[in-house]
Design a protein around this ligand. Structure first.
Ligand code: NAP
Ligand code: MG
Length: 453
């Protein structure tokens, strides 16, 4: 039985396209095709695999504007960001195109012969992608998985399947053999769940909510299935009194409102030393009130809409009946709009300060000293990213080592680069993506001993 979903433009609420959703039988057929493709893909020589990934990157580059415009319509990302996201897929493909020829094993001195190791592909890898960054998160999974000789089945989020579907077509255009990378639109509870239960899928790469991730981890336990989890975050930006306060305040809106705050790395908690709180709030006023929210296709927009009506209602519930410190503006009428907002946290237990809102909301809390800042920053089940603003290099490194998070930046809000490891401490995730070691997460080490005596 075939069902479809209406994919909407979140800036206008208009239906863009009907997309067919795979049922379980169709998912099984795709997984079986992936398992068949694996037999030849794993034997493609490393140099040829590298060339195919390089060419895939080139084809993505040739279609960069098309992909970006598609993401503007489907996900409401502002055009500048969407171009960066398509470029990220290209860059990740090119980076991991350098890996197949460098992905070797070791020889280890042992008695009576020679011991050597081989990094073997795992098999079929299932990648489950959320709606917030449809292109980059897909690429972070499929590029290193393919480079290591695995085949990939990829499930985009039901709300945002269009760029992933296009990337699947571009892979074929670039010459990747059929079945090596398949994009399977469908429901999480059907297609995503089948990646967990189907024995031919040897690894699941999941990015999404901590709640769904927990269920996937439980399901993978039945088959001791390999798993990478990239989950939520409630990331702290700690502003010390000695910081360049103007730079910290100028960077804060981008660090929290980028992608309408629908970013697991969003700096949604702002911890400010009590002596400079008033000054920082005053410095925040202009960049927050002037943060340009509007048509995501407009080159001047800094922020587009939220992804859907349900999500907007959830974000708005955190603002119900509260005094706001600062607020920008947003379009009225159709589209899932929300103004960028700064709240004063009522206490460290304030839900706006502890829960991942996933919208354009910053909660500010003052602190008295370094110990308190670290304690409050760490008082969360999450541990994905964070920022430290100070001119004291000793303090910067000391605090960076004490904050329990996978990705920290000093005097910056940048978290993600394709060439550095990315992932979470605590309930923000399991394992790392990107960076020079990503192929390890897509390989199984085999040891072979050859007797010589
Ligand atoms: P979600 O509800 O957890 O969904 C993520 C993906 O999982 C979607 O493709 C979804 O499919 C699928 N899914 C849902 N239920 C499933 C199940 N039972 N079995 C298998 N797959 C299932 O998350 P979301 O609401 O899309 O995304 C927002 C969350 O992702 C936030 O919490 C955010 O922090 C997190 N996130 C984390 C990172 C990171 O790198 N750490 C990056 C981005 C986002 P449907 O299409 O059916 O929804
Ligand atoms: Mg969801």
């Amino acid at each position: 039985m075939t069902t479809t979903t209406s994919v909407r433009n979140p800036a206008t609420e208009e239906v863009l396209q009907e997309v067919e959703l795979l049922d379980e039988a169709a998912t099984d057929r795709a997984i079986e095709a992936s398992a068949r493709a694996l037999e030849s893909w794993r034997r493609v020589s490393p140099a040829d695999r590298a060339r195919l990934l390089q060419r895939f990157g080139d084809v993505v580059d040739e279609h960069l504007e098309e992909l970006a415009q598609l993401e503007v319509r489907n996900a409401g990302h502002v055009i500048g960001n969407a171009r960066g996201e398509a470029a990220n897929v290209r860059d990740v493909l090119r980076y991991y195109a350098g890996s197949p020829e460098r992905h070797g094993g070791r020889t280890i001195p042992v008695a009576g012969g020679v011991a050597m190791t081989f990094p073997e592909p795992l098999g079929v890898v299932g990648v489950i992608v959320p709606w917030n960054f449809p292109m980059p998160i897909a690429g972070w999974g499929f590029a290193p998985a393919l480079a290591a000789g695995n085949t990939v089945v990829l499930k985009p989020a039901e709300l945002t399947p269009l760029t992933a579907i296009r990337l699947g077509e571009l892979a074929l255009e670039a010459g990747l053999p059929a079945g090596v990378l398949q994009v399977l639109p469908g429901k999480g509870s059907v297609v995503g769940q089948r990646f967990v239960t189907h024995p031919a899928v040897r690894k699941v790469v999941f990015t999404g909510s901590t709640e769904v991730g927990r269920g996937i981890m439980r399901g993978c336990a039945d088959q001791i299935k390999r798993l990478t989890l990239e989950l939520g975050g409630k990331n702290a930006s700690i502003v010390f009194a000695d910081a360049d306060l103007a730079a910290a305040a100028a960077g804060a809106p981008g660090g929290a409102f980028d992608n309408s705050g629908q970013d697991c790395c969003a700096r949604s908690r702002m911890l400010v030393h009590k002596d400079v709180l008033d000054e920082v709030l005053e410095l925040l006023r202009a960049p927050v009130e002037g943060f340009r929210v509007g048509d995501p296709a407009d080159e001047d927009s800094a922020m587009g809409p939220l992804i859907c009506a349900d999500h907007r209602a959830k974000v708005a519930s955190y603002l119900d009946g509260r005094d706001v410190l600062l607020q920008g503006s947003c379009p009225q009428g159709s589209g899932y709009w929300m103004p960028p907002t700064v709240l004063r946290a009522e206490s460290p237990q304030d839900p706006a300060f502890t829960e991942e809102i996933f919208g354009p909301v910053i909660s500010v809390l003052p602190f008295a000293d370094e110990d308190e800042a670290v304690r409050v920053a760490n008082d969360t089940e999450y541990g994905l990213s964070g920022s430290i603003w100070t001119r004291d290099i000793g303090r910067a490194l000391r605090v960076a080592r004490r904050v329990e998070a996978g990705n920290l930046s000093v005097n910056s809000h940048a978290s993600v680069r394709h060439n550095t490891p990315f992932g979470g401490f605590k309930q923000s995730g399991l394992g790392r993506e990107l960076g020079p070691d990503a192929l390890e997460a897509f390989s199984e080490t085999k040891t072979v001993f050859v007797a010589t005596d």
